[in-house]
Design a protein around this ligand. Structure first.
Ligand code: SME
Length: 157
């Protein structure tokens, strides 16, 4: 059987994540499950996880469920790749983190990353999904489409 394409893997993962999360209302459980299944599926992922908008201070993102090495605890909205994606309310792909002004280096092995917002029904950002790779230029339009589709089903609202 031919190997699955990346787009096919994302489509399969979305079906798996949606099936496992069916009926689960706890948001931490939803984020943790998605981080685990995504992290296990792809060799080009090094750090996979969520930064959530802090309900006590919506100008800050605070680390949520993740798979990987120690992540920074807090990122101001507007700072770093995560904060930029939250501020712009759109996916940000950074092919070379050293060329991104204000990149926050939680782990110096990270070379490239993609950050996709998780939006609520009102179009507000609830969290961002951050995926980092130790390879340069690891993420493309297929990763963007796959992660945006997965993030669209993650909020229990
Ligand atoms: N590189 C990110 C920070 C988060 S971690 O790498 C886990 C950024 O600039 O937003």
């Amino acid at each position: 059987m031919p190997a699955e394409t990346k787009t096919e893997t994302y489509a399969r993962l979305k079906r798996e994540i949606d099936a496992v999360l069916e009926g689960e209302r706890n948001q931490t459980a939803r984020y943790a499950t998605a981080a685990c299944l995504l992290s296990e599926a792809f060799d080009h992922y090094y750090w996979t996880g969520f930064y959530v908008v802090d309900p006590e201070d919506p100008a800050q993102l605070v680390v949520g469920p993740y798979q990987g090495t120690l992540g920074c605890l807090r990122i101001p909205v507007g700072k770093g790749v995560c904060g930029t994606a939250a501020e712009r309310r759109e996916t940000v792909i950074v092919a070379d983190v050293e060329a991104f002004p204000g990149h926050i280096a939680c782990d110096s092995r990270t070379r490239s990353e993609i950050v996709t917002p998780v939006m609520d029904a009102g179009g507000r950002v609830a969290a961002v999904l951050d995926v980092d790779s130790t390879d340069p230029d690891a993420f493309d339009a297929e990763d963007r489409a796959g992660l945006e589709a997965i993030c669209a089903g993650l909020l229990n609202a």
